[in-house]
Design a protein around this ligand. Structure first.
Ligand code: XMP
Length: 428
């Protein structure tokens, strides 16, 4: 890492991530570390130019009052405290852009040399150093994180990366095809495509409970990936799309060290691999910018969030193939019409779902007894609360007209008007 770095020590400030991002926004790389970072750990970090102590009125982490070790304060680096007037270091009440810029550029003499191109160059070098002549394995779902990791690794080690793409039948329309087209055909990746659709749908047959569905999908994914991986020999590393919020609990008072082994791609931590995690210091918007810098297509990079169990939790109750196809087709129509109406990027998440109940309708003068499609479109900042989006009626009319004519087995379209709370964003 050649770029200058500011280390933020978490002293109980609730806005560590906001401060870290504001510093990065000024072109200087920053990392959040726990309050009990030792001087040795600090000195082992590359190119640290300054230390920012981000406190709060109580300076409490996990219920315990915190102090910074004097040896850290005496490390010889410029130090600025935010909200810690009792410490014998320069202190400001708030980390405004002005305060940060003066600290970075006047006090610490940082260069604004952190950019996505610099990050990519740096990671390519680091990956090569870590991996040497060995091979790396990656579970490539086609989501933003795994796609960016794949593109970085392809740039760093080319065909010594092997990607496994598991199609469990619960992906959106065209997603598996796009993974193959972008990574195998365009980027020349070694990509193993596993068609596990029948296997997943078989396991899910008759299972109506959402939590059981989730567990089955997660467990089966591990089994399928493991089987495909065990056919490959001599692979020492596993790449994962861990990102910074997985490591630092953003907005909380504790900058936890690493929990990376646990949560990404649904893979367990006892697989016999060493981990490569090239985007572990990036926030989500930075991951997207990195994808763009690596030449990934816009619609892959700017994807809306998509749950791990995929369409499996949008085909409500026990999954059947006809309703699953109705979810997939109607979701594709909704996305296409939102894009056409300029709503892509304006609405945080939008999708369709199909319940396991039918209603009476009429088509060509004859009675029908078919499924409804429910549209859901929400605005949110953090997915903890959400409000309903209000697209024009004309857009909703167009979507409805297309769904009832193009999607077999559907005779009715509804719009979900429920905010979160009381409704969660997904129905299951
Ligand atoms: P809810 O439905 O809880 O969803 O309001 C909040 C956000 O989380 C996503 N979500 C999931 N993501 N695995 C995931 O990776 C899941 O099982 C899951 N369930 C919900 C949901 O799409 C929304 O963005």
């Amino acid at each position: 890492m050649k770029q200058d770095m500011i280390v933020i020590l978490d002293l109980g400030g609730t806005d560590n991530s906001t401060v870290a991002r504001a510093i990065r926004g000024l072109g200087v790389y920053s990392e959040i570390h726990p309050h009990d970072l030792t001087r040795r750990q600090l000195e082992a970090l590359p190119n640290v130019r300054g230390l920012l102590l981000n406190g709060g009125p109580n300076r409490v982490v996990d219920g315990q009052p915190v102090q910074v070790a004097p040896e850290v304060l005496e490390c010889g680096l410029p130090v600025l405290a935010i909200g810690c007037p009792d410490l014998s270091v320069p202190n400001r009440e708030q980390a405004t852009e002005e305060v940060l810029a003066a600290f970075l550029f006047d006090t610490c003499r940082c260069e604004a040399n952190w950019s996505m191109d610099a990050f990519v160059e740096d990671q390519v070098e680091q990956i090569r150093r870590q991996v040497g002549d060995e091979r790396v394995l990656l579970a490539l779902s086609g989501g933003v994180d795994s796609s960016v990791v794949a593109a970085l690794l392809i740039r760093a080690i080319g065909d010594r990366l092997t990607c496994i793409h598991v199609n469990h039948g619960l992906l959106r329309k065209g997603e598996s095809e796009q993974v193959i087209q972008v990574f195998r055909e365009r980027m020349g990746a070694t990509l193993i495509y596993v068609d596990a659709v029948d296997r997943f749908l078989g396991k899910l047959e008759g299972v109506a409970d959402p939590e059981r569905k989730r567990k089955i999908i997660g467990a089966e994914f591990i089994r399928v990936f493991d089987e495909a991986a065990s056919r490959l020999e001599g692979i020492r590393f596993l790449a994962q799309g861990t990102i910074y919020p997985d490591i630092v609990e953003s907005g909380t008072r504790t900058a936890k060290a690493i929990k990376a082994h646990h949560n990404v791609g649904g893979l367990p931590d006892d697989l016999a691999f060493e981990l490569v995690e090239p985007i572990r210091t990036l926030y989500k918007d930075e991951v997207r910018a990195c994808g763009t810098a690596l030449g990934l297509p816009d619609d892959m990079v700017h994807r809306q969030p998509f749950p791990g169990p995929g369409l499996g939790v949008r085909c409500l109750g026990a999954i059947t193939r006809d309703r699953l196809e109705a979810v997939r087709e109607s979701d594709a129509i909704l996305r296409e019409e939102f894009r056409r109406a300029g709503l892509e990027g304006q609405v945080w998440q939008y999708f369709t779902l199909v319940p396991d109940l039918r209603s009476v309708g009429i088509r060509d003068h004859a009675r029908t007894f078919e499924y409804p499609v429910i549209l859901r479109a929400v605005h949110t900042v953090d997915a903890i609360t959400a409000t309903v989006a209000h697209p024009d009626w004309a857009v909703l009319d167009r979507i409805t007209a297309r769904i009832i004519t193009e999607v077999p087995g559907v005779n009715r379209v509804c719009y979900d008007l429920t905010p979160k709370p009381t409704g969660t964003i997904e129905w299951e």
